[in-house]
Design a protein around this ligand. Structure first.
Ligand SMILES: CC(=O)SCCNC(=O)CCNC(=O)[C@H](O)C(C)(C)COP(=O)(O)OP(=O)(O)OC[C@H]1O[C@@H](n2cnc3c(N)ncnc32)[C@H](O)[C@@H]1OP(=O)(O)O
Ligand SMILES: CC(C)C(=O)C(=O)O
Length: 516
């Protein structure tokens, strides 16, 4: 038996069945081209009988892709659906009609309202009709994992006799356990030996979170096509995430002995395109393509990864198309992570400086979820360079609203003495800044002003970052407070302190500040 596993992508069909993920034909075409670049073997482009738009999308993709994957359309066993499907895929270099019919008693009794004999007849006529139009016909036994195994085998036999070239065994409602799914595929192979003439395929849903495990169980039992969607999108809880299937086969190739034709370096960009087009975000902890899949924060992990990535990475980020892994600085970071950040950002601190920066960093990390470059730059300025705090906010009062011109009264410490001024402005922040300008006499221009919240909730701490420029000198200022006007005043005064310090020290802008 071949060790090549065909990858059947149904992001454009089953993936599109995710509520809210409908795609227009231009989006589908764009994604189909990307999937072709990813190197999947089959693209299920849609369900042509579903709507004129889906018919057009499948037709467009079939006519567009050259030298690449098989282009497939889904169809019920009804003659009109099959004709419509053929009309849509016939221009493809390698067209496929995919006919499905449910085989479980639950579906027969309640949904199809058909007897087993009627189902067998319908498979024979539907697959036979499709085969009369197209050389490549796939038949799927919807709800196969809940079907009576012997009746399922009978259906498979009929589909093969009618000309099916691929037999797909779906776990439509994600009910199977991996060992059961393995047994089901093995049972079909043992009881319908003629299935060896066709490609045996698996199509698993994730209702109990076993879609990928069941797909791998399927190929271990002899299936040689795996169906799924990028990012694991799809009906209800989704389909098997193809990137996980692909990377499982690649990462455990020695043990499984199976290969695919996928260009793995395209995985990440394909995932991003699917997110963009479907509008379905990827959870950060999602395997392979989640934002945290190659990110490390815990000190012990970062220390290990910096010494040897193999300690905590079972595949390289480059393999799946990411430039590198990321080290995230936060509450759980250790000194190795901080030293790594410092050397990467051009700082040479001695041991003692590193220690005091590390302590300040941990104090900040207890308050703030993620530590950004700006935060570390500010800590270095405060903890290592120890910029003197000449100007310090004492209090401020602001009057603003729809009917008054904003006016602020601000009192500031100048060393040990106090100074107070009032000023108008176009808004409350501008009024505060004009009052501070009067007090400090600064000529600094405000080049950038940004607000971020440090904590959540109504008592969130707001953090203001400003970038100031005066006579060619630039400096960052930061201030945090639950009142955004107070945070703004603190940031402005912090920037003025740093500008004055720069003037006396002729201090260059730090690398982090220069990037801003
Ligand atoms: C497991 C899967 O993912 S299967 C694919 C699911 N995807 C979709 O359904 C998306 C596209 N579907 C559609 O746009 C519509 O359902 C259409 C156009 C196909 C059909 O619409 P309608 O004719 O209004 O039928 P409706 O959707 O209400 O019901 C489905 C009918 O198809 C029948 N049916 C279901 N599966 C099949 C099948 N494989 N072969 C033949 N008939 C089937 C049902 O028994 C039902 O028949 P009934 O109307 O005689 O009761
Ligand atoms: C049409 C088939 C393959 C399907 O989507 C399912 O059974 O989940």
């Amino acid at each position: 038996m071949s060790n090549y596993v065909k990858i059947f992508d149904t992001t454009l069909r089953d993936g599109e069945q995710s509520p809210g993920a409908s795609m227009n034909k231009e989006e589908k075409l764009r994604l189909a081209r990307k999937l072709a670049k990813l190197g999947v073997d089959i693209i299920e482009a849609g369900f042509p009988a579903a709507s004129p738009g889906d018919f057009e999308a499948v037709r467009l993709i079939a006519g567009d892709l050259r030298g690449g994957p098989v282009v497939c359309g889904l169809s019920r066993t009804r003659p009109a659906d099959i004709e419509r499907c053929w009309q849509a895929v016939r221009e493809a270099e390698k067209p496929r009609i995919h006919v499905f019919l449910a085989t479980s008693d639950i579906h027969l009794q309640y949904k199809l309202q058909m007897t087993r004999q009627q189902v067998l007849d319908e498979i024979r006529s539907g697959v036979g009709h499709a085969r009369g139009l197209c050389e490549d016909v796939q038949w799927s036994a919807e709800d196969a994992s809940r079907s009576d195994p012997d009746f399922l085998c009978q259906c498979v036999r009929v589909a093969l006799e009618a000309g099916a070239t691929t037999i797909n065994i779906p776990d439509t409602v994600g009910y199977a356990l991996p060992h059961e799914f393995y047994e089901r595929i093995s049972y079909i192979r043992a009881n319908v030996p003629e299935v060896a003439r066709a490609t045996l395929s698996v199509h698993c849903h994730d209702d109990l979170g076993h879609a990928v495990a069941n797909s791998i169980a399927g190929v271990r039992a002899g299936a040689r096509q795996v169906e799924g969607c990028i990012n694991g999108i799809g009906e209800r809880a989704g389909n098997a995430a193809l990137e996980e299937v692909i990377m499982t086969l690649a990462t455990r190739q020695k043990e499984l002995g199976l290969i695919t034709g996928v260009n793995k370096a395209e995985i990440h960009s394909t995932s991003r395109l699917v997110t963009m087009i479907s509008g379905l975000p990827v959870q950060p902890n999602k395997a392979i393509v989640g934002a945290n899949a190659f990110a490390h924060e815990s000190g012990i992990h970062v220390d290990g990864v910096l010494k040897q990535p193999l300690t905590y990475e079972i595949m390289t980020p480059e393999e799946v198309g990411l430039a590198s892994n990321t080290v995230v600085l936060g509450k759980h970071s250790g000194r190795a992570a901080l030293r790594n950040w410092l050397s990467g950002n051009g700082y040479e601190l001695d041991r003692q400086q590193c220690e005091s920066l590390f302590e300040a960093f941990k104090r900040l990390a207890d308050k703030k979820k993620e530590i950004e470059n700006d935060d570390l730059e500010a800590l270095i300025a405060d903890e290592i360079l120890r910029i003197p705090l000449r100007w310090k906010l004492d209090y401020l009062n602001v009057m603003a609203g729809t009917e008054v011109e904003p006016v602020a009264t601000v009192r500031v410490f100048d060393g040990d003495s106090l100074r107070r001024e009032a000023a108008f402005g176009v808004g409350p922040v501008d009024a505060v800044y004009n009052a501070i300008r009067k007090i400090t006499g600064t000529q600094a221009k405000l080049m950038r002003y940004g607000v971020a919240s440090i904590t959540g909730g109504v008592d969130a701490q707001g953090e203001v970052t400003v970038k100031l420029q005066e006579n060619g000198n630039e400096a960052l200022g930061k201030g945090a407070d639950s009142d955004i006007l107070v945070a703004s005043a603190k940031a402005f005064l912090n920037g003025i302190n740093r500008l004055e310090y720069n003037k006396t020290q002729k201090m260059e802008l730090t690398p982090g500040e220069r990037q801003l």
